[in-house]
Ligand binder design. Structure first.
Ligand SMILES: [Fe+2]
Length: 448
């Protein structure tokens, strides 16, 4: 049976297939007149569609945070699940996942997780590196690497445990979601909301990337304070897909992640049957090249929070459940300043990934596709070559080129999975990168 996907026209014409804006209240229809006007739930919907609300926040969440979408679909979602059976997904772990045999306290770094010959989809290829918090109390996160070389055909997935922030490093993925289609390439990110059903096609593979699974409150744009209304991630650069649907009657499976466990149910049709929708709870993508960094223009440099793209708040003001932070190309111009990140210990725990190029605090060893972990209150900073280089560099304006790394930073300690500790390509010698740092102090004044 051929798969026909009907898609609405882009109303703005800016990027075909997408609507611009972050958290906007969108409306879109793939067939004319499918969207009711002036009300959400008419006695009968056009085309014989069913009206259904998908709530991403509690009904009574404050207005600025309240997110929901009205869907007009071929069948209500209750027809997209049957009885459930539990299935194993041993490499996708959820917090709390604390293995007493493993030592999470340590500076860790991994080479890229290698691709395999075995067919892996975006879901079966998910490899959890760390978990933090507790999925059952909707706090914390998990950090994953995904490997995908096979498309999901008549296989669908959703997670009730949190939204997924996807950061591709290799390959091209196409997310066919209930609300529309997102194409995703390296240097872009996407957010797949909690509860949203989708299947993932590997358009160019094999694909690899990173995922932050956010158990808590949704990612939002950070407050900019004195920076004002512009720069960092600008709302217009976020793109939400227009409505698209499948009217496809074939045996299909839906896999559901719920409280850290995986369940499968069988249905006879595609659940991606939303013909029209309106609301503000929707998937979104963002081109990291549109991120406008703000930084030091005279001396010293601000905390890395200046590079926050998205922040997922916790209950404590200013202390994020997760910050997504981007280290991209930028000019370095500060005078009389040690320009790379300084040495530090941080109450937050930091998982970094390299999308491409070279990271300035670690000229060697932190390679594209690689991951590093610096946990709660564990000291880290430039290695010896980076320190010596930056301490002795001529401080002319320098453009950091060919560099794009990111950080998932959480207020909760991150615990290694057995996969990260025993199967992933851990660099046993990472801690040695600080060996060459010398004692320069000899009690006499002056620069050493
Ligand atoms: Fe750090």
């Amino acid at each position: 049976m051929t798969r026909e996907i009907k898609r609405a026209e882009s109303p703005m014409g800016t990027t075909p297939g997408y609507m611009p804006g972050f958290g906007n209240d969108f409306e879109t229809e793939a067939l004319p007149g499918a969207l009711p006007s002036g009300q959400n739930s008419p006695q009968k919907c056009n085309y014989g569609l069913y009206a259904e609300q998908l709530s991403g926040t509690a009904f009574t969440a404050p207005r600025g945070q309240n997110e929901r979408t009205w869907c007009y679909r071929i069948r209500p979602s209750v027809k997209h699940t049957g009885r459930f059976e539990k299935i194993d997904m041993p490499y996708w772990q959820s917090a709390p996942n604390i293995d007493p045999e493993l030592i999470s306290l340590g500076q860790y770094r991994w080479d890229p997780v290698p691709h395999t010959d075995a067919p892996l989809t975006f879901v079966t290829g998910m490899r959890t590196m760390t978990t933090a918090g507790d999925v059952n109390t909707q706090t914390g996160m998990a950090a994953h690497v995904y490997l995908a070389n096979a498309s999901m055909e008549d296989e669908y997935f959703f997670s009730a445990d949190g939204e997924l922030l996807v950061v591709p490093q290799e390959g091209l993925l196409r997310f066919h979601t209930e609300l529309g289609t997102i194409d995703l390439a390296p240097k872009e990110i996407a957010i797949l909301p909690r509860g949203m059903v989708y299947r993932v096609e590997v358009v160019e593979g094999p694909a690899r990337g990173f995922v932050c699974e956010n158990y808590g409150q949704k990612f939002d744009l950070p407050n900019r304070g004195p920076i004002g209304a512009n720069c960092l991630a600008n709302p217009r650069d976020f793109l939400t897909p227009v409505a698209a649907f499948e009217d496809r009657e074939v045996p299909s499976t839906v896999t559901i992640k719920w409280c850290g466990q995986f369940h499968q149910t069988r249905i006879g049709h595609s659940p991606l049957d939303v013909v029209a929708w309106h609301g503000n709870y929707a998937p979104v993508k963002y081109d990291l090249n549109t991120y406008s960094p703000v930084g030091a223009i005279l001396f010293d440099h601000p905390d890395p929070s200046i590079f926050t793209v998205l922040t997922a708040p916790s209950g404590q003001e200013g202390t994020a459940n997760i910050d997504f932070v981007l280290f991209r190309e930028r000019w370095m111009v500060a005078e009389n300043t040690f320009r790379p990140p300084w040495y530090h210990k941080n109450v937050m725990s930091e998982l970094m990934g390299n999308i491409y190029g070279q990271y300035d605090a670690k000229p060697q060893g932190f390679v594209p596709g690689g991951v590093s972990l610096h946990n709660c209150m564990l000291p880290h900073g430039p290695d010896a070559p980076a320190f010596e280089g930056a301490s002795n560099a001529e401080l002319a304006p320098v453009k950091l080129e060919n560099t794009m790394s990111f950080m998932f930073e959480t207020r909760f300690p991150q615990h290694l999975t057995a996969f990260a500790a025993r199967e992933a390509p851990l660099q046993d010698d990472y801690i040695d990168c600080w060996d060459g740092i010398e004692k320069k102090f000899d009690g006499t004044p002056g620069e050493k």
